[in-house]
Design a protein around this ligand. Structure first.
Ligand SMILES: NC(=O)C1=CN([C@@H]2O[C@H](COP(=O)(O)OP(=O)(O)OC[C@H]3O[C@@H](n4cnc5c(N)ncnc54)[C@H](O)[C@@H]3O)[C@@H](O)[C@H]2O)C=CC1
Ligand SMILES: O=C(CO)COP(=O)(O)O
Length: 320
């Protein structure tokens, strides 16, 4: 059975390039023009320049070709997942659908696995997440990711199907933990970028990463996640990558906020909408998530990084 990737952004293209080492793979773009340019130029100049698309990678804008594949990876931004699924609901009803996006939907507070189950109740959902920059994967650099799937048998099959020469997969049935790890770490990465951008130092960043991880655990465990999932690739692993690398768009948005620079609004930054969704959810659940709350203040410019840090430092003292 061949694999298809729906969404030809940086990550979808990188995953397709890596999977092409296993055999035929179909990459779907919603733009016929973009698909044509990728087919003729064997490159995704718009989203992943400098990477040659290998021969087993077939580019199309015809969703019927995606529907011919039993396993479909969904590599669209989180806030567009519902729209993409709804648009192709007829064609993808019974497929294995692997969400590759990281975040919480702003209007519903739901993660990708729940959205797939709601829009396509007969589909079989899974999630691929963890530390992985598109550029790294596409250039054949090694990493390890979490494959989360509620169905343990399917999980083992998918693990074998989607492991590639440079991407090693670990499996879990804890989809809640895996999707919250991937969603929440982006919010903390914005905070860390802001701290570095404002010149508050590496010690402050390490403290934020650690207390941010405590916030991630607080929400995830309250929603039924397993602590070991948070400590794994999808949680701690991706937090470590995203909070420390200039390649991360979430971290770079934070850097801009910290420096007071403008940021290109067309760049996909999942942590921005997710921070607002998580802040609202935390309020509803009566969970203390002060870093996430400060990030929403930075995003709507009601707080400066120095004011946010002063608020965090002035909180009542407590046990770790
Ligand atoms: N770029 C990276 O290094 C990584 C990205 N991810 C995740 O992958 C997801 C996608 O990110 P990127 O590919 O980097 O974003 P991107 O901005 O490079 O590309 C997004 C793609 O989605 C397409 N798209 C938007 N709305 C659509 C819709 N309704 N139907 C079909 N296609 C639609 C756009 O045309 C574009 O090709 C995000 O959730 C991100 O967190 C995960 C790991 C690494
Ligand atoms: O999720 C990612 C790395 O694992 C990509 O991070 P950004 O979306 O911040 O670029």
């Amino acid at each position: 059975m061949s694999v298809a990737v729906l969404g030809s952004g940086a990550f979808g293209t990188a995953l397709a390039v890596s999977l092409a080492g296993n055999g035929p793979v179909t990459l779907w773009s919603r733009s016929a023009e973009q698909a044509g340019l990728m087919r003729s130029g064997r490159e995704n100049r718009l989203r992943l320049p400098g990477v040659r698309l290998p021969e087993p990678l077939h580019v199309t804008s015809d969703v019927a070709e995606v529907a011919n594949c039993a396993t479909v990876l969904l590599a669209v931004p989180m806030q567009k997942l519902r729209e993409a699924l709804t648009e192709h609901a007829e064609k993808l009803r019974r497929h294995v659908l692997v969400a590759c996006c990281k975040g919480i939907e702003l209007k519903s507070g739901m993660g990708p696995v729940a959205i797939i189950s709601q829009v396509l109740p007969d589909a079989r959902p899974a999630l691929l997440t963890g530390p992985s920059f598109a550029q790294d994967i596409a250039h054949g650099l090694p990493t390890a990711l979490t494959l989360a799937c509620p169905d343990a048998d399917l999980s083992a099959d998918l693990q074998a199907e989607l492991t590639t020469g440079n991407v090693r997969l670990y499996r879990t049935t804890d989809t809640v933990g895996a999707e919250l790890g991937g969603a929440l770490k982006n919010v903390i990465a914005i905070a860390c970028g802001a701290v570095i951008g404002a010149g508050l130092g590496d010690s402050a960043r390490a403290a934020l990463m650690t207390r941010g991880y405590a916030e991630m655990q607080r929400m995830a465990l309250a929603l039924g996640a397993r602590p070991e999932t948070l400590a794994g690739l999808s949680g701690f692993g991706d937090l470590a990558l995203t909070c420390t690398s200039d390649l991360s768009r979430n971290y770079r948005l934070g850097l801009s906020l910290g420096r007071g620079d403008a940021f290109d609004p067309s760049i996909t930054v999942e942590g921005a909408a997710t921070a607002r969704a998580v802040d609202a959810k935390a309020k509803e659940m009566r969970l203390d998530m002060p870093i996430t709350h400060c990030v929403t203040g930075l995003l709507d410019h009601s707080l400066t990084p120095n004011e946010a840090m002063a608020q965090l430092l002035a909180r009542p003292l407590k046990e770790e």
